[in-house]
Design a protein around this ligand. Structure first.
Ligand SMILES: [Zn+2]
Length: 146
């Protein structure tokens, strides 16, 4: 405690060293967000399940043939559907952020490794990039997309 090691710059010491209390705060924030998102996704999930039989192009025989696999099929389709949706991607990012909290790497930019500002994390707790890298990514996307 209070030991001074001048060979390490303060920036390095700060990097990724989020206090346990802070990690817990963001974890609670993420879990809250996750709960809300999942309840909002409830109706989406139902819609995905209801449209499933139509996907087999009306071929009843092949449909019933696959009945045995129905359980996993439906789950896979559901997962794919949810991941393809905006909410599904958000859920994915929230889960990833929760995983980073467990790994204690939460709060570091995945691109440059610098700490993401607290203000940014409070606004976007699942943020995986610092504001600079995020802006760079947005610009890249624009270049590729249009
Ligand atoms: Zn960065």
């Amino acid at each position: 405690m209070g030991k001074r090691r001048k060979s390490l710059c303060p920036e390095f010491l700060r990097k990724g060293k989020m206090k346990k209390k802070e990690l817990e705060k963001f974890e609670a924030l993420l879990l809250e967000k996750r709960k809300k998102l999942i309840s909002e996704m409830g109706h989406l999930k139902k819609a995905a399940l209801e449209t499933t039989p139509k996907d087999s192009a009306g071929d009843i025989s092949s449909y019933s043939y696959h009945m045995a696999d129905q359980g996993t099929d439906t789950m896979e389709r559901e997962k794919a559907f949810l991941l393809a949706s905006k909410d599904g991607r958000l859920l994915y990012h929230i889960d990833e952020a929760l995983r980073r909290i467990k790994d204690k790497t939460y709060g570091e930019c995945l691109e440059c490794g610098k700490p993401i500002s607290r203000a940014r994390l409070e606004a976007v707790p699942h943020a995986r990039l610092c504001i600079n890298c995020k802006e760079k990514e947005e610009k890249e996307k624009l270049k590729q997309g249009q």
